[in-house]
Design a protein around this ligand. Sequence first.
Ligand SMILES: [Fe+2]
Length: 506
Amino acid sequence: MAKSEAKGGKKSTPVDLVNRSGKAEDCSEHSAESNAHEHNCSHAEPPATMKAREDSLRKLESDLSKREIGLIEREIKVLSLQQEIDRLRPLSGLYRVIKAMATERKLESMLEVITRETASMLRCDRCSVFVLDAHHGELWTQVAQGLDGHRTIRVPLSGTSVVSLCARTGRTINIPDAYSDPRFDPEVDKSTGYRTNNILCVPMHNRNGAVIGVFEVMNKDSGTFSHEDEEWLQALAAVAAGLIEQAQAYSEIEHFVDKTVETLAQTIDKRDPLTAGHSIRVTRYSISIGDAMAISDDEKDVLRYAAMMHDYGKIGVPEAILWKNGRLTPEEYACVQTHARLTYELLSNLPFTNRLAQVPFIASCHHEKLDGTGYYRNLKGHEIPFLARVITVSDVFDALTSVRHYRNRMNIVKVFEIMESGRDNHFDPEVVDSFYGLPCDRVMRVMESERGSQIPEEVDLFKNISWLRLVELCQGSKPKRQEEGLKELFFRIYNANLPPDYQELD
Ligand SMILES: [Fe+2]
């Protein structure tokens, strides 16, 4: 209101004001109505009254001027505050970017913040970070802000897009009017349905000066991208480049460690063809349970390494005992049991980072039981780490549903009975229930990977029922709609390629 009064409102004059008072009007301008009802005007007012009226008018005029000045001053203040906010906007954005770098560990989350803040700082519609995949000769969006639906865009490095040109030349490209610039290819808009007005692209370089990606902003809210915008984007691109390079190096190391751990685990599994793949399957079951129980990303990493390495100590158990066809003597069984301690001792030699420090302990607890009758530390209940309780369930399930020297895959109803009998004394009931709740197709995909061949396509038909529901069907529960035939199909898949002398032994 103050704004319109000060800016657009008609200014009041002292005469107007006098008229409003109804006393200083000229009689000739009186309306007929006024004349009829009041005709008190006098052409010969006493001087004292005139003086008082003039004083009052002057005071009114001065009050009004003060009010107008106040309004104008307030307006100026608002304008300068807005200018100050505009001036500080990039700085506050930069503050949030730095904060994200300090608190976020995942590259994608960091880039999300960077692109969001960049779009706000530069006041533009779209902001994307393209990463160069030199192997495939293309650039793909690690993060695209302002893009609905399909989040990943892939453009060939040799293509006609401005992003490709920026990556090839390694130079900043600022196009104020896309459709009148020969460097812009309108076909890009045709394929996306987006109308490009202006573009600013900045290359991202690694420490060796090689281009590793492109930072692109599009469609400035008003006007075109300025030289100052270029400088801001170059600064942010340098930050993003550092993060991407660091994340790529980190992921290469992580991949190397993952593969090393997997290979180490397989050296154990491969000693005996019948247990081949056990560690990987236990890991996959464990991760599925972990996902169902919403464990954190850090816990998931610990779980993955611990599950993968849980039987590593078997390297110290003679093959004659591991491969024995028949019951083990008490001495032989004691020897097998040493593998849990050995797992701990061997893994403790590895320089796990703080985040993974619990891996050796958790891996070595997979034979502990809730009631304290397990080995090798005879831990009880919550003394057993939660992630170890997850591995225990996966380990037993895989052992029962895999072929062994002395028996074939166990009937799953029997498997269920064994798991139920271990509830509360061997297994953590919450972990068991989470396992039962897993989608049946997910369990079957892990289970069937034992055969080393392709997973049958029919496994997909089990995606709408849980593992527990499958067990119920196998126990004789009446199939609901869309469950008909699943029991028979499961048995066909589970028992495929059985040897002629197959026996369901315990
Ligand atoms: Fe084991």
